[in-house]
Design a protein around this ligand. Structure first.
Ligand SMILES: Nc1nc2c(c(=O)[nH]1)N[C@H]1C(S)=C(S)[C@@H](COP(=O)(O)O)O[C@H]1N2
Ligand SMILES: [Mo]
Length: 365
C-alpha cells in the first residue's frame, strides 16, 4: 500500500463546507479575538498563532545554539547566552498571517481557515540580525540568507524543516531582528522559544520561529515554504509572485453583543462608537480609514501609529438606527492603495485584504 502522507492526493478547492481537518487546524492555530483589537499591544495569550508542524520542545535556552554557515567568510556558532553581547533593541510590530481571510475567498483552499483573526501586535525584544551578519561576514558570491527553524513535518508529500530566505539586502535591513522576548517576557513555546526572526512589515511566514541555523547561499532558495507555498498564484503550477509585504488592511471591533454561535450582533439603537485598527506592510503609514454603514462610507478619526511597523487605532461615531445593518471599514495607505470590497483571487487564499463585514441587528432589548 502506498503511504498517503508521502504520496498525497492533490488538494481540491471547497465550496462553503469545511472538512474535519480544517476544523482541527483551526483549533491548533488560534486567532486573536476581535475585541482585543482595543488593545494597542496584544496580550501574548491573545496573539494569533500559526505553526505548521509540532512545537519543538525546548527545555532551556542556555542549550540553544545559533549556527551561521554556508558562504560566510567567518562562519560561527553562537550560544543563546552570547546574544547579550550585542546591543538590545525593542520594536513594536504588527504581524499578520498571509492566509488571513482565506476562508472568505470562494471557493476556498483547504488549509488553516482564517477569517479575520490572524493578526496581532507585540513588543519584540532582541538584537539586530545585521549585527550578527556583519560578524559572520557575507561573502560576495552570496545572494540569499536562509533561516532554518528546527520544526519538521510534511507538506505536499515533502519532508522538510520550516525554512525561509531573504535576499541579502533585506536580511541586512536594520529593522530585521532576532527576538528572544515578546511583551517583555521570554518567548512562549508556541511563539518560537527561545529565538525567532522578526521581519517587520512582511506577512508572518517570513518571521521564522525556533531559529537555529542561518545559512548564506549563492542561489535562489528552493525550500517548500519558499517556492511551494507563500506565492500568489492564479492557479496551481503557476510560477507566481512571492508573498512579501502585508497589504493595507483594517478591522473593527464588532459593536453590541454577540449571538453565541453565529457571532451576529445585537445593538441598542443610538450613538455608538466604533473602534478598530488599521495597518500596512513595508513600514508604510495608513493614510485614511473609513467606516462603512450599509456601504455608505464616512471618514474615521485615525491616530498615528506608535511605531512604523505597528497598527494604528481608529474610531468613528455612528448613530445606529433600528433595523439590520452591515458595518464595515476600509483603509487606504499613503500610496493610495485601498482595500477591495471583494477578495482578490489567489488559489491558496493568500493576501485577502477585502473589507470586513459585520452583520448587526439594531433593536432595543
Ligand atoms: N519555524 C517556524 N516558523 C514560523 C512558522 C512555522 O510554522 N514554523 N509559521 C510562520 C507563519 S505562517 C506565521 S503567520 C508566523 C506566526 O507567528 P506566531 O505564531 O508567533 O503568531 O510564524 C511564522 N514562522
Ligand atoms: Mo502565516
Amino acid at each position: 500500500m502506498t503511504n498517503p502522507i508521502l504520496n498525497p492526493v492533490a488538494k481540491q478547492h471547497r465550496d462553503n463546507t469545511f472538512s474535519e481537518y480544517e476544523v482541527a487546524l483551526a483549533n491548533r492555530n488560534s486567532g486573536t479575538l476581535l475585541e482585543s483589537l482595543q488593545q494597542e499591544v496584544t496580550p501574548v495569550g491573545a496573539h494569533y498563532l500559526l505553526s505548521h508542524f509540532d512545537i519543538p520542545f525546548v527545555n532551556d535556552a542556555a542549550n540553544w545554539d545559533l549556527n551561521f554557515h554556508g558562504c560566510f567568510d567567518s562562519p560561527f556558532t553562537l550560544n543563546f547566552n552570547d546574544l547579550t553581547n550585542y546591543p538590545e533593541i525593542t520594536q513594536r510590530v504588527t504581524l499578520e498571517c498571509a492566509g488571513n481571510g482565506r476562508r472568505l475567498v470562494a471557493p476556498h483552499w483547504p488549509s488553516q481557515p482564517w477569517g479575520h483573526e490572524a493578526v496581532g501586535t507585540a513588543d519584540w525584544t532582541g538584537v539586530r540580525l545585521g549585527d550578527l551578519l556583519e560578524q559572520a561576514s557575507i561573502s560576495p558570491a552570496c545572494t540569499e540568507i536562509v533561516f532554518h527553524g528546527t520544526d519538521t513535518g510534511i507538506d505536499g508529500g515533502a519532508v522538510h524543516n520550516f525554512a525561509r530566505s531573504l535576499d541579502v539586502e533585506m536580511a541586512q535591513h536594520p529593522d530585521v531582528m532576532l527576538a528572544y522576548a515578546m511583551n517583555g517576557q521570554p518567548l512562549a513555546p508556541q511563539h518560537g522559544y527561545p529565538l525567532r526572526l522578526i521581519v517587520p512589515g512582511w506577512y508572518g511566514m517570513a518571521s521564522v520561529k525556533w531559529l537555529s541555523e542561518i545559512e548564506a547561499i549563492d542561489h535562489a532558495f528552493q525550500g517548500h515554504q519558499q517556492v511551494g507555498t507563500y506565492v500568489y498564484r492564479e492557479k496551481a503550477g503557476d510560477t507566481g509572485i512571492p508573498v512579501t509585504e502585508m497589504r493595507i488592511r483594517s478591522l473593527l471591533v464588532p459593536p453590541g453583543i454577540p449571538d453565541w454561535s453565529t457571532r451576529k450582533r445585537l445593538l441598542k439603537p443610538g450613538n455608538t462608537k466604533i473602534v478598530g485598527r488599521a495597518w500596512c506592510g513595508g513600514g508604510r503609514p495608513v493614510a485614511k480609514v473609513e467606516l462603512g454603514i450599509d456601504d455608505q462610507w464616512h471618514e474615521a478619526t485615525l491616530t498615528p501609529a506608535t511605531s512604523p511597523y505597528a497598527w494604528s487605532h481608529w474610531e468613528a461615531e455612528w448613530l445606529a438606527t433600528e433595523g439590520h445593518h452591515i458595518v464595515s471599514c476600509r483603509a487606504t495607505d499613503a500610496q493610495g492603495s485601498c482595500q477591495p470590497i471583494e477578495p482578490y483571487w489567489d488559489t491558496a487564499g493568500f493576501g485577502n485584504n477585502a473589507v470586513q463585514r459585520v452583520e448587526v441587528w439594531c433593536e432595543d432589548y
